[in-house]
Design a protein around this ligand. Sequence first.
Ligand SMILES: [Zn+2]
Length: 473
Amino acid sequence: MEVLYRKYRPKTFSEVVNQDHVKKAIIGAIQKNSVAHGYIFAGPRGTGKTTLARILAKSLNCENREGVEPCNRCRSCREIDEGTFMDVIELDAASNRGIDEIRRIRDAVGYRPMEGKYKVYIIDEVHMLTKEAFNALLKTLEEPPSHVVFVLATTNLEKVPPTIISRCQVFEFRNIPDELIEKRLQEVARAEGIDIDDEALRFIARRAAGGMRDALTMLEQVWKFSEGKIDLETVHRALGLIPIQVVRDYVNAILSGNVRKVFTVLDDVYYSGKDYEVLIQEAVEDLVDDLEREERVYNASTSEIVQVSRQLLNLLREIKFAEEKRLVCRVGSAYISTRFSGEKVLEKTKASNADNDQNNAQESTTKEEKDKDIEFEERFKELMEELKEKGDLSIFVALSLSEVSFEDGKVVVTFDSSKAMHYELMKKKLPELENLFSKKLGKRVEVELRLMGKEETVEKVSQKILKLFEQEG
Ligand SMILES: [Zn+2]
């Protein structure tokens, strides 16, 4: 079976979705017989760069062109579509970066076209070429024969040397709007007899993030996977995503401040072998979608949804860079959840903190020490709040998992052996840590890091957090 994106690849300018500004300029050039020798098509993947390059190549070489459109029936058109036409050469610089290929092109451009009227060189991902290859290409672009057209496609214009750019006409391709992708998916689904509902199509369109090729590839993947009608749930399963019900359980647990439930869902996701990053990404997407739904799925105000989405996005970033992804996800999710849990939890947390303060204070021997301890506790609590809000979350997590005390004029941070990773990380961040404490305490202080022998598992830490945030009942 022919893959969908190839089968439904546009064959004429008018079939190309979007990119009207590019089409208009190129069609104008063909009409005026003033096609440039070098074009750069820059833009995101799957937005039609090589498709448009091929249509241009066909239009220039078509034996019975109708206006500006290629006929798609003559030998030239068919051979260009099949990739066998001698005068249209496609090169993928991502897999073929070397100078040899470019030299061969440079040596060949001088000769007349063998079959058609124009030699068209389409170089995809041109930014991947080596410096030597770029130099060879530049020489060719400096004195191009009249019958040669270069189309250089790239997803990364910044990496193309300015000397090349200045020799070419540059067109920026834009992401294709979701609605246009959805419309196209609908047409293809109808033509292929794929039974899929609108919500599922919309999800695929949005997930394709502006790229038609990705959208059609996903549709095909889902189609092959499914039997019968395709709905949102089918799409999730086919694409290896997390079932939508699990995503919604997670979000609902967060919105209702049910930390225990948050952990249960996270465990289920973890043991089913799925990524937390996928879960959170999907959660944010579903939350944002909810703002546009006629009937809301989530019982939350618009501003709450926006807030939770933002915090989940921050958490997603933290998880991406974290070594202990599982722990960071649990702590982060619990934290976001508690912000939406209402007064009860907040009061309980405050009360338990106050208890701790008292206990600590009673253990101190002299009044002076007592005051110092309380003072340090206060400053430390403030510091943690600040870190949690807008600081380095890796430091926040490390300090949450360690015992922090103020002894003999210096800050002592003690990790048990299971937190060796955090200990090592903090060793690297020691200057930053000392700055943080010095600033907070209003004087230059040393920070001493200690690593102890006690074993404590991630599970136990999670339970600690759970206890701290748990709601009654
Ligand atoms: Zn033709």
